[in-house]
Each structure stands twice: as structure tokens, then as C-alpha cells.
Design a protein around this ligand. Structure first.
Ligand SMILES: NC(=O)C1=CN([C@@H]2O[C@H](COP(=O)(O)OP(=O)(O)OC[C@H]3O[C@@H](n4cnc5c(N)ncnc54)[C@H](OP(=O)(O)O)[C@@H]3O)[C@@H](O)[C@H]2O)[C@@H](O)CC1
Ligand SMILES: Nc1ncnc2c1ncn2[C@@H]1O[C@H](COP(=O)(O)OP(=O)(O)O)[C@@H](O)[C@H]1O
Ligand SMILES: [K+]
Length: 496
């Protein structure tokens, strides 16, 4: 697989354009289908050597066409095959009709399929072309297969998954594995699609990388390949101020832990200096727990204004455990007005629920210098219309939010999306489920702050923070706490 295609994500709509461009360039559409179907058959034989029978369920479009090719290849390999079609296969068109004609065997109606122990289901009902909820006939078969606990190998996507959004349209197969072609689609990476795909195999059916790149957007899987070039340069001359000074605002005396988690994550993630800015009454609580991280009292906007006279203090994290919404807004105004960079998290985000546009105006224009780190609930406070729009995918929501706020947006969750105001978007895929633990988000905010403090552009700082957070979660292992996550943070592998 071409290295670049490994991380590219393509929407079904883009895939359609790529298909047409491939055909226009003289590439045989049926040739692509033949290779796709052969790849599915090979995966089926490799993954299920003990199958007694392959039940190939074929739909009315090209996904079904892939199914007929796979059925023929399986039959030629000596496997038992039962083919069932949704609709009349006689009315198939184009390449799918050719594939159907090339299959020499009986094709029964879909409704006649009775799951048998030992069956492996090859799901070639719908792929990229699913345009509405599944028909009742397909839903019934999905239920029957689910009840019989048969393994499913999905062609391109499990039928019922919307390739653009990852949403379930009516119902969907839960596949053990999915064989897709050239690149992953959003539905392979966004929930719930991601879990229903099982293991995803990406097979190169021979569309030239040039054609793919020419019609692809700016969506990728979040890997170091995407942002490695923006990593801070490590030179022998590095001293702590070169590695940046990060300041993290603490909440009141009863809620100081969150800021300390962010601060220690920031230090561990490479900021040269980290200072916790604490309300005077919380100084004792903070001092009792800080060593390498420094501590300064900030009681109000006047203290902050004095602090901002130090030009070396360029980067802030505000939100974890912060509590006071009014003060949060005042501090953010001051930070933005003085041209500083900011990771706005948790309470810092909620503080602007009644006036999100005021926040966006503060950071409008120029090089983006705001990173927003909302989970779904916080996202809905700043972008209620986008949160409510069920037609948008999580990627599209994050893209629109980033454009509107002129910020790098980290829309958190098991399928975290990172988006830039210029339209670039990444879907993260390395986070283990045990990252969902108290304080985990505070650690992420601290890492992002450290990256910003070291001079990385906002989008790359955000994306690499999410990736490092995931890696640390994997290294810390199941049962970890947010403190363990900080301890498990590692440096970057700069090779590759
Ligand atoms: N370059 C590539 O990647 C290659 C891709 N290939 C393969 O092509 C697949 C995409 O093929 P595709 O565009 O024909 O779409 P597909 O998923 O078969 O469905 C479309 C059909 O289903 C129908 N239909 C839709 N929703 C429905 C519903 N709810 N209920 C009922 N009907 C519904 C729709 O009807 P219509 O909406 O027009 O009424 C139309 O007839 C892709 O997933 C991959 O497997 C390979 O062959 C090699 C090259
Ligand atoms: N199921 C999951 N799998 C992987 N990562 C997850 C999952 N659930 C949450 N996360 C991640 O864990 C972090 C939780 O952050 P957040 O919701 O702010 O929680 P907290 O406020 O407790 O720190 C986010 O980075 C999020 O992406
Ligand atoms: K399918």
C-alpha cells in the first residue's frame, strides 16, 4: 500500500468522483471490481479456513457486483457457496451485471437465506452507495444472522453503515472483518461504524495514487506522518525558555487537582517551564503538591495583566477545574487581547455558552492561536446548531466548528476528531477505551499546551497531543489513572 494512502480518508462521494476519473483515464471499471471481489474471496479463505459454507449476500449495486466476483472465486477455490440476491439480479447494470453473468451457479432470493451453523456470511448488500435506511428484507436477514451468531465478512462496509458518517441506517451487520478498497472511509473510523466494521483490511485494487490524491479532501487518520514535520526542533542549544513557558490556571482551593494534572502533563510533554497560576486562597493546596512545576498567585485581572508583561509567557491552559465562569471570560479576553496562545478546556469552554461568538471574535484572524478541547456536551454549548444537526458527521461538525471559531478543535470521544479552520481534519484511532477516566481530559489539555508553548502550529499541536495521549494510554494499560497517564508520556519518535 502506498504510504500516503494509508492515512487518507475518502468520503463515498469523493470515491464516486475517483471512480469516474479512473474510468476516464482508461482504467477498466470491471477490472477494479474483479480485483475487489478476488480480494474479498482471499480474505474469506484466509480468515475462515474452517467455514462449511460461504453465504454471499448480494445487493442491487456494485457492492453486489463485488459479491458475485467473490462467490465465483470462492467456488473456483473449491468452497461451498450459497448466493442470495436482494432484488432481481437480472436488472443489475454495468459492471455488476457483468459480474453476475460471470458467476456460474444458482442465485436464490435474499429472503430464502436460512443461516446454518458453519456458515460465514459475506455481506455484499450495500457499500458506499447506501443512500437511505435499509429495506425491511435486509433488516430481517441481519437480525437472523445476529441471532445465529454467524461471523460476517463485510465488503467495503457492513451494510447499514453510512460511509460518510458512520451512523447506522435502520440496522447494520456487525462484521468480524471488513475488506475495503484503496482508502478507509469515515464510516470505518467514526462510531458506531468503527465497532461494527471489526478489523478493517484496506486492499489496493489499482487506482493510481495520483487520481486518488487529485479528488481527495483533507481528511486523514491521525498519525505522526501527518504532523511530524511540525515537531519542535531539538537542537544542542535548547534551553528551557526555548522549549516554552506554559501557564495553567488553577481553580479554587477545593478544585486544584485538575490544573495540576494539566501542568504536570505539560512539563512531561516538553514545555521548558510550567507555572500554575493560582487564586491566592488555593496557594497552600497547590504548594503542597507541586515540585518541578512552579506556582504564582493570580487573584484577578490586574495580577494577570502584570504577568503578561513578561513576553516569554506566551501560552496558557484555562478550564480544568476552573469553576468561575465570569473570571474565565475576563482572563480569556486579556489573554486574547495580548496576542497569547490558549488551550480552552472544560469550564473555560462552558463559560462562553451564552456568548460563543464573543469568544470567536477574540481569536479571529491571523495564525490560529486557540485550541478548543470539547467533549460532546461542551461542544453543544459553543456550537448548539452543529451539535443538533443530525445530518452532519462528526468530522463535518468539527470542521465547521473550527472554521467558525478560527481554532483548532479537538472534538473528544472514543473517535476524537481534530479539525483546523482551513478544513483539514484528522480522526484519531489509537486511543484505548480506558482513557475514559477522570482527569484524562485535563492531561490532554496540558499536552496540547506544551506543544503550543514549543511553537507548534495550533492544529499540529492539537493533533500530536491527541496521538501522544492515546499512546500514553496504551503504555499505561487498562486500569490506569490520569496520574499514570502523565507518567507514561513518552518523547516523539522523530524517524519515519
Ligand atoms: N472505486 C471503488 O472503490 C470501487 C468500488 N466497488 C464497489 O462498489 C460499491 C459502490 O457501488 P454503488 O455505488 O453501486 O453502491 P452500492 O453500495 O452497491 O449500493 C447502490 C445500490 O443500492 C441501492 N440502494 C441504496 N440504498 C438503498 C436502500 N437503503 N434500500 C434499497 N436500495 C438501496 C441504490 O439504488 P438507488 O439509490 O439508486 O435507488 C443502488 O442500486 C462499493 O461499496 C464497492 O463495494 C468495486 O466494485 C470496485 C471499485
Ligand atoms: N471510549 C473511549 N475510548 C478512547 N478514548 C476515550 C474514550 N472515552 C473518552 N476518551 C478520551 O478520554 C478523554 C476524556 O476527557 P474528558 O471527557 O474531558 O474527561 P475528564 O473531564 O474526566 O478528563 C478524552 O481525551 C477522550 O477523547
Ligand atoms: K457490504
Amino acid at each position: 500500500m502506498h504510504k500516503d494512502l494509508d492515512t487518507l480518508i475518502i468520503t463515498p462521494e469523493e470515491m464516486g468522483r475517483i471512480d469516474r476519473a479512473a474510468a476516464a483515464s482508461g482504467l477498466s471499471g470491471y477490472g477494479l471490481m474483479e480485483r475487489a471481489g478476488q480480494a474479498v474471496a482471499a480474505a474469506a479463505l484466509r480468515r475462515f479456513p474452517g467455514a462449511l459454507r460461504f453465504a454471499v449476500l448480494c445487493g442491487p449495486g456494485n457492492n453486489g457486483g463485488d459479491g458475485y466476483v467473490a462467490a465465483r472465486a470462492l467456488q473456483e477455490a473449491g468452497a461451498a457457496v450459497a448466493v442470495h440476491a436482494l432484488g432481481d439480479p437480472g436488472s443489475l447494470k454495468g459492471d455488476a451485471a457483468t459480474a453476475f453473468k460471470a458467476f456460474d451457479g444458482t442465485v436464490a432470493p435474499l429472503a430464502a437465506y436460512g443461516p446454518r451453523p458453519g456458515d460465514v456470511v459475506i455481506d455484499a448488500l450495500f457499500g458506499a452507495g447506501l443512500s437511505r435506511d435499509l429495506p425491511e428484507e435486509a433488516v430481517r436477514i441481519i437480525e437472523a444472522v445476529r441471532d445465529s451468531v454467524l461471523p460476517v465478512l463485510a465488503v467495503d462496509l457492513p451494510s447499514g453503515i453510512d460511509g460518510r458518517t458512520g451512523a447506522v441506517r435502520g440496522d447494520a451487520f456487525a462484521a468480524a472483518a471488513t475488506v475495503t478498497f484503496m482508502c478507509r472511509k469515515p464510516g470505518h473510523l467514526l462510531l458506531p461504524g468503527r465497532t461494527l466494521c471489526g478489523e478493517v483490511e484496506v486492499f489496493d485494487i489499482g487506482i493510481p495514487a495520483r487520481i486518488l490524491a487529485g479528488h481527495a479532501g483533507h481528511m486523514r487518520v491521525n498519525t505522526p506522518a501527518v504532523w511530524r514535520i511540525a515537531l519542535p526542533v531539538e537542537t544542542g542549544a535548547t534551553h528551557k525558555y526555548v522549549r516554552g513557558h506554559l501557564a495553567v490556571f488553577s481553580g479554587p482551593a477545593t478544585a486544584t487537582g485538575a490544573a495540576r494534572l494539566s501542568a504536570s502533563a505539560g512539563l512531561r510533554a516538553g514545555a521548558g517551564l510550567v507555572t500554575v497560576l493560582s487564586p491566592p486562597e488555593a496557594l497552600a493546596a497547590n504548594a503542597a503538591h507541586l515540585t518541578a512545576v512552579m506556582l504564582k498567585p493570580v487573584g484577578g485581572p490586574d495580577d494577570l495583566a502584570v504577568l503578561l508583561d513578561d513576553e516569554r509567557l506566551k501560552t496558557f491552559v484555562l478550564g480544568p477545574g476552573f469553576g468561575d465562569f465570569g473570571k474565565a471570560r475576563t482572563y480569556v479576553r486579556e489573554i486574547a487581547g495580548r496576542g497569547r496562545r490558549l488551550v480552552l478546556d472544560a469550564d473555560g469552554i462552558s463559560a462562553f455558552r451564552d456568548e460563543p461568538d464573543a469568544l470567536f471574535r477574540l481569536f479571529a484572524g491571523g495564525e490560529p492561536r486557540l485550541v478548543l478541547t470539547p467533549h460532546d456536551g461542551e461542544f453543544a454549548r459553543l456550537f448548539p446548531d452543529l451539535a443538533e444537526d443530525a445530518g452532519l458527521s462528526k468530522i463535518e461538525r468539527a470542521q465547521k466548528a473550527a472554521a467558525r471559531s478560527h481554532a483548532a478543535v479537538i472534538l473528544k470521544g472514543a473517535d476524537t476528531v481534530i479539525a483546523a479552520p482551513d478544513g483539514r481534519a484528522l480522526v484519531n484511532a489509537n486511543a484505548p477505551p480506558w482513557l475514559a477516566t477522570a482527569g484524562s481530559g485535563d492531561v490532554l489539555a496540558g499536552i496540547a499546551g506544551a506543544h503550543l508553548a514549543q511553537g507548534m502550529p495550533a492544529f499540529e499541536a492539537a493533533a500530536s497531543a491527541v496521538w501522544r495521549h492515546g499512546e500514553a494510554g496504551r503504555a499505561a494499560g487498562e486500569g490506569m489513572t490520569a496520574e499514570d497517564l502523565v507518567g507514561a508520556l513518552r518523547g516523539f519518535d522523530r524517524t519515519g
